[in-house]
Ligand binder design. Sequence first.
Ligand code: SOE
Length: 396
Amino acid sequence: MGADGRPTLGIGMVGYAFMGRVHSQAWRSVSAFFDLPVRPSMNALCGRSAEATARAAGTLGWAAVETDWRKLVGRDDVDVVDICTPGDSHAEIAIAALEAGKHVLCEKPLANTVAEAEAMAAAARAAAERGVYAMVAFNYRRVPAVALARRWVAEGRIGRIRHVRAQYLQDWIADPDFPLVWRLRRDKAGSGALGDIGAHIVDTAQFVTGERLTEVSALTETFVTERPLADGSAGLAAGSGSGARTGTVDVDDAALFIGRLSGGGLASFEATRFATGRKNALRLEINGSAGSLAFDFEAMNELWFHDHTLPEAEAGFRRVLVTEADHPYAGAWWPPGHGLGYEHTFTHEVRDFLEAIATGTAPEPSFDDGLRVQRVLGAVETSAARQSRLTPVEDV
Ligand code: SOE
């Protein structure tokens, strides 16, 4: 029981790098801004090095430290396991935690392979029967402007969807001397830009439209195939490698694909970490029979709306500042116009997860939603591997 008389839920988190830090910020701040039936208690942090984990726990606000995730999962004061590790450990940790009766929040992409994602989704379905819940951390669903776009699509404001144009553009590995960090290794990350950021645009597009991708055709490329080995401490921030020794990049640097939506529309996707000058440009434009919506995370408090039912002379894209009290999530924060940032999307994510647990409602995105995205990633890789299907322009 917390000081305010609300029941507490003990949180145990595995991993404390970029995602661990942003999740910590979310767990720490959620009760201060959202009126929830339960209060999270940051009980234990798990990492491999006792010293480094203790340091991180002190900085980030975790009460205790574990160096073996199995021990974290077994703790009586841990009700929720938050997985912020590379994809190669998601399946093992998530399945063990669900079987031990712990709710699970798992970073994206859900897994490194479709088979792992299938096993995780099966474990989540079985756990849900016992009131134990699992959610995959596609945080961009919780950008107020993205949630508003979904609301307007569902209300029919843009009519029947004809086109989805989705891009996720970053540039943090454009320098060929950027080291071979774990996100550039298939054994750790499963795939490259495709799984890391392509997964986000697939989920965001399906979430906003309420439709599914039914088939895809893809091209992937690895522009820099050898990179300096990372010195072990290298995170995702720019830095140098460890000198003369290099290793092979065995994942995609960029993935482009087109697809068909379940409602009959066409979609295009571009995920790259070589878009020089673009830092975190998750962009979505949806064209419907009655209007269009456009969003760019680099201006995340804005949603652009074109109402095609207006007379031509009055129509055109107009900017909606998504900071009003009745916009999704926005009312919990600052007065209109004061704006939110990247970290708030994670606060919204844990808010929704805690609410779902407290009210016994299955949270979204579920592991089945994560599996669906994983199947799209798998289909993209299968299609890209069949490059013989491409038509050489010179042959025509
Ligand atoms: C790196 O590309 C990364 O941190 C992704 O892994 C996150 O999911 C995205 O939100 C920001 O960029």
